[in-house]
Ligand binder design. Structure first.
Ligand SMILES: C[S@@+](CC[C@H](N)C(=O)[O-])C[C@H]1O[C@@H](n2cnc3c(N)ncnc32)[C@H](O)[C@@H]1O
Length: 247
C-alpha cells in the first residue's frame, strides 16, 4: 500500500515555533527529509525520533538537480508504504518549493498533506520588534523574493504601492533591488531593517534609510539568511525591541 507524504513547515528557528501537528507527524514518521535551514535544536529533536533522517539541504547553484532528486525520493519512499515527512524551513508554501513538491506528488498519485508552518516572513520581523502591519502605517504588505528568477516583478508599481515590502533571499541582490526602488520613486528615507538569523540567539538587526542600507549592509557584513523589511513600520522597532527576547 502506498504511504503518505507530509509537507511540513518547521518554523523559522527554534523548536518552540513548530506547530503541535508538525511535532506529532515528526514523531510518527518513518522517514524525514529535511532542509539545512531548520534550527539546530530541531535537528537534535529529529535524532530522537524513530525516523530515518535524510539531509537534503540544498546548496546554491545545485537547486535544479537536487529538487528533482528530492521529488524522486519522496515518491520512492511513499511507494514503499512509508509515512514520509518533507520538513522545510518556515512555511512550506512561502518561497519554499512546497508547491512544486505537492504538484509532483499529485502528478504521481501519491497521497499527501500540507502542515503549514510559522513563516520567517512574518515571525522574523516580529521577533525584531517590527509588526509587518500597523494601522498607523502602510495598509498592505508585499512579500517578494530578492532572487527573482524571471524578472517579472513590476518594480515601478511596487515602489508606488504604499505597502510594507518584505524581501526573502534578498541579501545578495540588495543593492540592485534598492536601486530599482529608488529609481521608481520610493522615498529614499524609508526605513529598512535587515534581520539576520531571526528568532535565534544569533539574531542581528541592521537598520538604515533606503538610500544608505546597501552601504551599511556591506560595511557590517550582512549575511543570509536574512529577512529585509522596507517601510515605516520599521520605526516601531525603537519602541518595541527593548521588551523582546533576542534584543
Ligand atoms: C528559501 S526561503 C524559505 C522561506 C520559508 N519557507 C519561510 O516561510 O520562512 C529562505 C529565506 O527565508 C528567510 N529566512 C528563513 N529563516 C530565517 C531566519 N531564521 N532568519 C532570517 N531569515 C530567514 C531568508 O530570507 C532566507 O533566505
Amino acid at each position: 500500500m502506498t504511504g503518505k507524504v507530509y509537507i511540513v513547515g518547521a518554523g523559522p528557528g527554534g523548536l518552540d515555533l513548530i506547530t503541535k501537528k508538525a511535532e506529532r507527524v515528526l514523531k510518527e514518521a518513518d522517514v524525514i527529509l529535511y532542509d539545512e535551514l531548520i534550527g539546530e535544536d530541531l535537528k537534535e529533536f529529529l535524532k530522537k525520533t524513530k525516523a530515518e533522517l535524510v539531509d537534503v539541504g540544498k546548496r546554491a547553484g545545485r537547486h535544479k538537480k537536487r529538487q528533482e532528486e528530492i521529488n524522486r525520493l519522496l515518491v520512492e519512499y511513499a511507494k514503499q508504504g512509508k509515512k514520509v515527512v518533507r520538513l522545510k524551513g518556515g512555511d512550506p508554501f512561502v518561497f519554499g518549493r512546497g508547491g512544486e513538491e505537492a504538484e509532483f506528488l499529485a502528478n504521481h498519485g501519491i497521497p499527501f498533506e500540507i502542515v503549514p508552518g510559522v513563516t520567517s516572513a512574518i515571525a522574523v520581523p516580529a521577533y525584531a520588534g517590527i509588526p509587518i502591519t500597523h494601522r498607523s502605517f502602510d495598509p498592505a504588505v508585499v512579500f517578494i523574493t530578492g532572487r527573482e528568477a524571471r524578472e517579472r516583478l513590476n518594480w515601478e508599481a511596487l515602489a508606488k504601492l504604499n505597502a510594507t515590502i518584505v524581501i526573502l533571499m534578498g541579501v545578495s541582490n540588495l543593492r540592485r533591488n534598492v536601486e530599482k526602488l529608488l529609481k521608481h520613486g520610493k522615498d529614499p528615507n524609508t526605513p529598512v531593517a535587515i534581520i539576520e538569523k531571526g528568532c535565534t540567539e544569533e539574531q542581528r538587526v541592521t537598520v538604515a534609510p533606503l538610500k544608505d542600507i546597501a552601504d551599511v549592509a556591506e560595511r557590517v557584513g550582512v549575511k543570509a539568511p536574512a529577512v529585509i523589511v522596507i517601510g515605516d513600520v520599521v520605526k516601531l522597532r525603537e519602541k518595541l525591541a527593548k521588551f523582546l527576547r533576542f534584543d
